[in-house]
Design a binder for this molecule. Structure first.
Ligand code: SIN
Length: 537
C-alpha cells in the first residue's frame, strides 16, 4: 500500500539515503561518510528543526566516578518494566560511553563542574548522577549544532531540505532500494521525485503529533514509521507512548507543542505539589519525584482526577541558580507569566516519546531488507515499556554508528525498483487532523480502557474513510498520523494489562503472561495483522 502522489519527475542517487536530521540521522550520515559512502540526507523542514534540538535534560552514559554500564543497565531495565531486550540494553549501556566521547571529539561541548569535570545531573529512574547536559538545559541544541557543523563540512553528504518522504521503493527481490519524496517549494528540484540507494535509513523521530498536546514539534508526524509500515515492516511496542510528567500547563484549550520542564529540574531539587500543597510523590515511590517517568505521570494524573483540576504544581523555588542552570526553561516560564524562582509552575503530563517503533535488530535493520531505522522511529527493544530518561539521544548515537557499520560491511549492488503503478494507494482528507488528535487524547492517552479504545478505533475508522484526491504535505502527514494512530490503538486494545506507560483502567495490574512484545503489520491491501514476540531476557 502506498500514498497517493504524483509521478516522480526526477531521480537522485547515493549509496545511502538518510531520512531525518536529528541526532540519529546526523550520526548515521557522518559514520557512513567515514566508511566512504556517499550520503543523501533528506529532511522535512530546515536541517536544524526536529526533536533533537528541543531535548533539554541530556544524555545518559556511565561516565561518572564509580558509575558502571551495569548500573545504567539496571536502571534501564527497571524503567522498561519487563519488556526490555537485554541484548539491546547491553549494547546501549556498554557502547554508550564511547559514543559520547566520539560526540565530544566531533565538537559537542558539555557543561563542566567547578573542578573542570563534565557536570552530571540526575533524572527520573536513575540511581546516580549520569546525565550530561549542555547550555544548562539546551543539550539537544548543542548536540545538533556540533553534528550539523560536521555534516555541513562534508561535501560527500548531499542535503535536501524541506522534503517530505512519501514511500519506499522496493525491488523484485523485496529489498528497499530507494524512496519517493516531495520537495516543497519552487526550484529545479521541486515536486515529486525519487532517490535510489543501496540502503535507506529512517531517522524521522517521533510521532507526538498524533495527540493534541505534545512536547514534540509540528514536524513530528511519524512519517518514517508510517512509510515502513506501508512497505511491509513490523512495528513493535507502539502502545507505549510516554507522557512526560512535567509539561507547562497553559490552559485547557492549548494544543500542539507545549513547553517542556525537564526532569533535570527535579534532579536539581524541585518537587511536585498537589492543590493542597502536599508533596505527594514522597508517599508513592522510594525515589519520590525522581521515580521512573511513567510512575510520576500516572500519579500526577491521579492527583488531577481526584481534585478535578487540570494540573499540579512544580515547586522549583529551592533550585540553586535556576536562571543560569535552566535558561531555556526560565525564559519559557517567564514568557508564560511565571517566575520559577519565586512562583510555582503549573504542570501536567503530555505526550512526549514513542518507546516503540519500527522493529529492528541490533544492526538497526527492519524486517524489510535494506530498510534501516534509527532513534525514536525504531524499536530496538532498549526502552521496553517505558524509556529511561535521557536514553534517547544515546540510542541515536550508539545505533547510528552500528547501522553505518553494518551497511558498509554488507553493501549490495543498487537494485531496480519494481513497477508499482498497480499498487493500492490512499490519501486522507487533511481536515481530519484535529478530530484525530482529539480522539487519541481522549481515548488512547495516559489512561485507556477497552471502552475508550473501542470508541477511538470507531472514530478513527470514520475519519479514515474521508479521502482526498489532492496530494500535498497536509494530506500525506495526516495519512501517516492515521496509520500510526490505528497501530497504537490496536496494540493498546490487545494488551490487556497495565505496564510501563500503558495504563488500562480495566486491567490495572501487570500480568506476567503479557511479558511479550506486540507486533503490528499492514499488508498491501491495507489489512492489519498482529502477532506476539518473546522478549530476549
Ligand atoms: C527531560 O529533559 O525531562 C526530557 C529528557 C528525556 O526525554 O529523556
Amino acid at each position: 500500500m502506498k500514498l497517493f502522489a504524483g509521478v516522480p519527475g526526477w531521480t537522485s542517487h547515493a549509496d545511502v539515503i538518510v531520512i531525518g536530521s536529528g541526532v540519529a540521522g546526523l550520526t548515521t550520515a557522518l559514520n557512513a561518510r567515514a566508511a566512504n559512502l556517499s550520503v543523501l540526507l533528506v529532511t522535512k523542514a530546515q536541517i536544524d528543526e526536529g526533536s533533537t534540538k528541543w531535548a533539554q535534560g541530556g544524555i545518559a552514559a556511565a561516565l561518572g566516578p564509580g558509575d558502571t554500564p551495569d548500573e545504567h543497565k539496571t536502571d534501564t531495565l527497571i524503567a522498561g518494566a519487563g519488556l526490555c531486550d537485554i541484548d539491546a540494553v547491553n549494547v546501549l549501556v556498554t557502547e554508550g560511553p564511547e559514543a559520547v566521547r566520539k560526540l565530544i571529539a566531533r565538537g559537542a561541548v558539555f557543561d563542566k563542574s567547578e573542578s573542570g569535570e563534565i557536570a552530571l545531573t540526575r533524572e527520573g529512574g536513575h540511581h546516580r548522577n549520569r546525565i550530561l547536559h549542555a547550555g544548562g538545559d539546551a543539550t539537544g541544541a548543542e548536540v545538533s549544532r556540533a553534528l550539523l557543523a560536521a555534516v555541513q563540512n562534508d561535501s560527500g553528504i548531499e542535503v535536501i531540505e524541506h522534503a517530505l518522504v512519501i514511500d519506499a521503493l522496493l525491488s523484485d527481490s523485496g529489498r528497499v532500494c530507494g524512496v519517493t519524496l516531495h520537495v516543497i517549494g519552487a526550484g529545479s528540484s521541486s515536486g515529486v521525485g525519487r532517490a535510489l540507494a543501496r540502503a535507506v535509513v529512517i531517522a524521522t523521530g517521533g510521532l507526538g503529533q498524533v495527540y493534541s498536546q505534545t512536547t514534540n514539534p509540528s514536524v513530528s508526524t511519524g512519517d518514517g514509521v508510517a512509510l515502513a509500515l506501508r512497505a511491509g515492516a513490523a512495528v513493535a511496542d507502539v502502545e507505549f507512548i510516554q507522557f512526560h510528567p512535567t509539561v507547562f500547563w497553559r490552559d485547557t484549550s492549548s494544543a500542539g507543542q507545549q513547553p517542556l520542564i525537564s526532569e533535570a529540574v527535579r534532579g536539581e531539587g524541585a518537587i511536585l505539589l498537589n492543590h493542597k500543597g502536599e508533596h505527594f510523590m514522597a508517599a508513592v515511590h522510594p525515589q519520590a519525584d525522581l521515580a521512573p517517568r511513567d510512575i510520576v505521570a500516572k500519579e500526577i494524573f491521579n492527583q488531577m482526577r481526584e481534585a478535578h483540576v487540570p494540573h499540579v504544581w512544580l515547586d522549583a523555588t529551592q533550585v540553586k541558580d535556576f536562571q543560569e542552570r535552566f535558561p531555556t526553561i526560565y525564559a519559557s516560564c517567564r514568557a508564560n507569566g511565571i517566575d520559577p524562582e519565586n512562583q510555582l509552575i503549573p504542570v501536567a503530563p503530555a505526550s512526549h516519546y514513542a518507546s516503540g517503533g519500527v522493529l529492528v535488530d541490533l544492526n538497526g535493520e527492519s524486517t524489510v531488507p535494506g530498510l534501516y531505522v534509527c532513534g525514536e522511529s525504531a524499536c530496538t527493544g532498549a526502552h521496553g515499556a517505558n524509556r529511561l530518561a535521557s536514553n534517547s539521544l544515546l540510542e541515536g548515537l550508539v545505533f547510528g554508528a552500528r547501522i553505518s557499520e553494518h551497511i558498509s560491511s554488507h553493501l549490495p549492488e543498487q537494485e531496480v525498483p519494481t513497477d508499482d503503478s498497480d499498487e493500492k494507494r490512499i490519501l486522507i482528507d487533511p481536515a481530519i487532523r484535529i478530530p484525530l488528535q482529539l480522539a487519541m487524547s481522549q481515548g488512547a492517552g495516559v489512561m485507556r480502557s477497552e471502552k475508550s479504545l473501542q470508541i477511538t478505533l470507531t472514530t478513527l475508522q470514520q475519519l479514515g474513510a474521508r479521502h482526498t484526491q489532492l496530494p500535498g504535505v497536509d494530506a500525506w502527514e495526516v495519512s501517516n498520523l492515521y496509520v500510526l494512530a490505528t497501530a497504537i490503538v490496536r496494540s493498546a486494545l490487545e494488551r490487556q494489562e497495565s505496564r510501563g506507560s500503558h495504563w488500562r483502567t480495566d486491567y490495572p495490574d501487570t500480568n506476567p503472561i503479557w511479558e511479550k512484545r506486540i507486533l503490528q503489520r499492514l499488508d498491501q491491501n491495507g489489512t492489519w495483522s498482529s502477532s506476539l514476540m518473546e522478549v530476549v531476557k
